[in-house]
Write a protein that binds this ligand. Sequence first.
Ligand code: SME
Length: 137
Amino acid sequence: LESPQDTNVKLLKVCQLLDREISYYNWTGFYFKNGDKDELALGPYVGAVTDHVIIPFGKGICGQVAVSGETFVVPDVHAQDNYLSCSIDTKAEIVVPIFKDGENIGQIDIDSHSIDPFTKEDEELLNWLCEEVAKVL
Ligand code: SME
């Protein structure tokens, strides 16, 4: 069995790869359910330091995805009421849930400095990636 440290190194590499290869991915990170609490805890990420290290279920885009289990594409964050701002540069966000054995255990969260940059191809890529990530968790 892999140690949590090894897993976090892999997850960080995934973030680094996405950040390097896709110009409009400007903050890329993972959140995971925090033990048996109804909250998310920040995992490996690349980008600006964020205040949102713990996010209660239901709060912000991430907290809503923790509840819904559905991908949430936000073309313009300023049009959202239930949104937690990490950086004034962020204009758009996509959050894709990670399922392990049918359970919503976390998510990948990507912020962009561009307005409305995320396409169906981003959704497909990130869905595939989250399935691959679930296999090493
Ligand atoms: N914007 C997110 C919070 C996490 S930061 O983007 C890293 C949200 O509304 O849930």
